[in-house]
Design a protein around this ligand. Structure first.
Ligand code: SAH
Length: 228
């Protein structure tokens, strides 16, 4: 299988690899488990000032990234036979889920486009078949931190990136539930004890307790997850 390849189109390529150059993702990057290529959209800008944006049609505040410039930048990176998903980070997009991340992590890689200003011209979304993805109901100043979030979530699932393969399967969302609480030494801290059952050595009882805690905490905090 080929290496998971991420191409990111951005006005701030210096923001990459950023946090992905450290820890698990950084090690995996150095070892060639995945590759990251940040491309400057401005390389395709127009005129002496390499303009990438213009004022919104119909008026209003802010600037919009031009369709022609962005399409040119995309076409320089994505060949016609490239089957990787083309994702546009956008607060209007489908909310990012662990399920999407799992699907993408099994593929050949992803292409991510980071917006800035008011966003991008709608026509390039249609014309280049971009899939809009949101990382939550709030507004960032640019798509770069969202791209780092999305890539972090994918890369940790690549074979060999996480220490133990199991440590991916027990996590929040992987089974539709939030995770049970964790404890470690010391056994007593500021008068608080580790729940007795976790020290019992009875793996059946421990698994049952964890399952119940997961269900309880999900019902309490995220009842929407139980409906799915
Ligand atoms: N005017 C837009 C917001 C633009 S924010 C609107 O109201 O929908 C500028 C850029 O930041 C966006 O183009 C997008 O790439 C990125 N961005 C902002 N919030 C985001 C979010 N919640 N998820 C993913 N990307 C986001």
């Amino acid at each position: 299988m080929s290496v998971f390849r991420a191409d990111v189109l951005t006005l701030f390529p210096e923001m990459f690899p950023g946090s992905l150059g450290l820890s698990l993702a950084g090690e995996a990057l150095k070892q060639g488990t995945w590759s990251l290529h940040a491309h400057d959209i401005r390389d395709h800008g127009l005129g002496r000032h390499r303009a990438v944006d213009d004022t919104p049609a119909g008026g209003g505040a802010g600037m919009v990234i031009r369709a022609d410039v962005l399409a040119h930048a995309i076409d320089a990176v994505v060949q016609p036979n490239d089957s990787r998903p083309r994702l546009l980070m956008s607060p209007r997009g489908k909310p990012l889920t662990q399920e999407m991340v799992r699907t993408w992590a099994k593929g050949d890689g992803i292409v991510i486009i980071c917006g800035r200003f008011e966003g991008v011209d709608e026509r390039v979304i249609e014309g280049r078949n971009l899939q809009e993805i949101s990382i939550g109901d709030y507004i960032l100043s640019g798509g770069e931190p969202a791209a780092l979030v999305l890539l972090d979530a994918c890369v940790r699932l690549l074979p060999g990136v996480m220490g133990k393969t199991e440590s991916g399967e027990d996590e929040s969302f992987e089974n539709g539930l939030l995770e049970y609480p964790h404890y470690t030494r010391p056994r007593e801290w500021e008068g608080r004890e580790i729940p007795e059952i976790l020290l019992s050595g009875d793996h059946g009882k421990i698994a049952k307790w964890r399952r119940e805690e997961s269900e309880w905490i999900t019902r309490e905090r995220r009842p929407d997850l139980l409906k799915k």
